[in-house]
Design a protein around this ligand. Structure first.
Ligand SMILES: Cc1ncc(COP(=O)(O)O)c(C=O)c1O
Length: 362
């Protein structure tokens, strides 16, 4: 099976397993785990913040950030398909008592005008206090799209003008930094809090951090305990993240190049791919014009030995590259995916031989 469902599906490499085996550990709750402390210091610097707190998941990292930046009854503004909005079970409402206000985005991005136009006047005492804006970079459900730095600057500035706090869901911030050439610290430093996830493109079994000022991270550490995330010898997993920072950051560019090659190969074979939307390690395929539902398309792909996954979009699938996807996998995927989906190659670039013979009749 060519595993393109998600970049969360990687296996730890032999080098990472060795780092895990050799980790020096201590009681993390007592701040006695040197590997966790090393990771937190490195992650804070990487993200342009003073301090960081190690956590098991990126969902917990987001939820802790939201919790420490708000009071119950406050309002959160977020793009309507962002992970915080659609994939964390309403956590900001359930865990922090927030009103969650979804704003329509373009490629997962919001505008400064949207922020300015959404701040409620709570002076009368009736409205919730608009308090927090959360952004996501790269944006998962938009297809791994990247925020241009000027747009992040403009939106965070608009938020601050209105006294709002700003949080970045940076689960894939290093993909954004790699694609844009803007250091993660430059992006992350614009926010009150920023997260990064180690179990996606960085290839770790688990782990995430939330970063921010020293003062905010004192609150984050308390919230971590409250949410049940305070661990013991957590250096055993933090060691994987330290290893990933040393060995798996530069190679993200390879994932992006493979996604680009896959997208171009599939488009050439006649599949409906929006090439301009392929900015990082995601390729989205809209199966509606192929006359297939997502479920039918996924089943056909599985029969052909290729794993893709659905997206929030009713007719789009995605293929995600990661460190367990090789150049040979991409070559095979470029043959198998069009064959499985019955793509009709455009006349200018006909499909050759066997792929053509297995086309789905229309
Ligand atoms: C943008 C984004 N934020 C947060 C998360 C949550 O990550 P975790 O599964 O580690 O909680 C994900 C997971 O896919 C994600 O894509």
């Amino acid at each position: 099976m060519i595993e393109l469902r998600s970049d969360t599906l990687t296996q730890p490499t032999p080098g990472m397993r060795q780092a895990i085996a050799n980790a020096v550990v201590g009681d993390e709750q007592k701040r006695e785990d040197p590997t966790v402390i090393e990771l937190e210091e490195r992650a804070a610097a990487l993200l342009g913040q003073e301090a960081a707190v190690f956590l098991p998941t990126a969902t917990m990292a987001n939820q802790i950030a939201v919790r420490i930046l708000t009071e119950p009854g406050d309002e959160l503004l977020a793009e309507e398909d962002s992970h915080i909005m659609i994939s964390e079970q309403g956590g900001p409402a359930a865990l922090s008592g927030l009103v969650m206000r979804a704003l329509p985005g373009h490629a997962g991005r919001l505008t400064p005008e949207q922020i300015r136009g959404s701040v409620r006047d709570h002076a009368s005492g009736h409205s919730p206090r608009t308090r927090l804006v959360t952004l996501e970079n790269t944006h998962n459900s938009a297809g791994g799209r990247v925020w241009p730095l000027e747009e992040v600057e403009a939106v965070t500035k608009a938020a601050r003008e209105h006294g709002l706090a700003v949080h970045l869901d940076g689960a894939r911030i290093l993909n954004a930094a790699t694609a844009s050439g803007v250091p993660a610290a430059r992006i992350g430093g614009l926010f009150d809090t920023v997260t990064i996830c180690f179990s996606k493109g960085l290839g770790c079994p688990l782990g995430s951090v939330v970063a921010g000022s020293q003062e905010l991270m004192v609150k984050a550490r308390r919230a971590k305990h409250l949410f049940g995330g305070a661990m013991r010898q957590a250096g055993i997993v933090a060691a994987a993240a330290v290893y990933a920072l040393d060995h798996h950051v530069e190679r993200l560019a390879e994932d992006h190049a493979r996604a680009r090659r896959l997208a171009e190969g599939l488009a050439e074979a006649g599949l409906p791919i929006e090439l301009e939307a392929v900015e990082t390690n995601f390729v989205q395929i809209d199966v509606v014009t192929l006359g297939l539902t997502k479920a039918e398309a996924l089943a056909r792909l599985a029969e052909h030995g290729v794993g893709l996954s659905g997206t929030i979009h009713p007719t789009k699938l995605r293929a995600v590259t990661h460190l367990d996807v090789s150049d040979e996998d991409i070559d095979r995927a470029i043959e198998l995916i069009p064959r499985a989906l019955g793509a009709k190659a455009p006349l200018a670039a006909p499909l050759s031989g066997s792929a053509g013979s297995a086309r789905r009749p229309v």
